[in-house]
Write a protein of this length. Structure first.
Length: 106
């Protein structure tokens, strides 16, 4: 396998990772401001919607909502935050923002 081949993870390992993250993200009052995530992706060089969706591991419509900051509450829900954290290709800057919000709420 060459260095450019993306790593694949089994369904079982991804589900286990999601279960581990649920305790951190599901606590009440833990909301992630979407503007911070949108800014981090742009700063990291993810300019097209396809690149951004792939980086976050989300579908295009959800990514569009985040990038255009069109969500009525301006915050990510817990399920979306868990999906982003569970995705192995999520940029470090986005992970840092989500973990910082979660740590601040503890």
């Amino acid at each position: 396998m060459n260095d450019n081949t993306p790593r694949t993870y089994s369904l079982a390992s991804r589900l286990a990772r999601l279960r581990d993250l649920e305790n951190d993200v599901n606590a009440p009052g833990r909301k992630i401001p979407i503007q911070l995530l949108a800014d981090a992706l742009i700063k990291d060089g993810f300019h097209s919607l396809d690149e951004q969706a792939k980086a976050l591991g989300l579908n295009r419509s959800t990514t569009w909502t985040i990038m255009k900051t069109k969500h009525k509450l301006g915050m990510l829900n817990n399920k979306t935050a868990r999906s982003i954290l569970a995705h192995p290709g999520t940029p470090a800057s986005v992970r840092v923002i989500i973990h910082a919000i979660l740590d601040r709420k503890n």
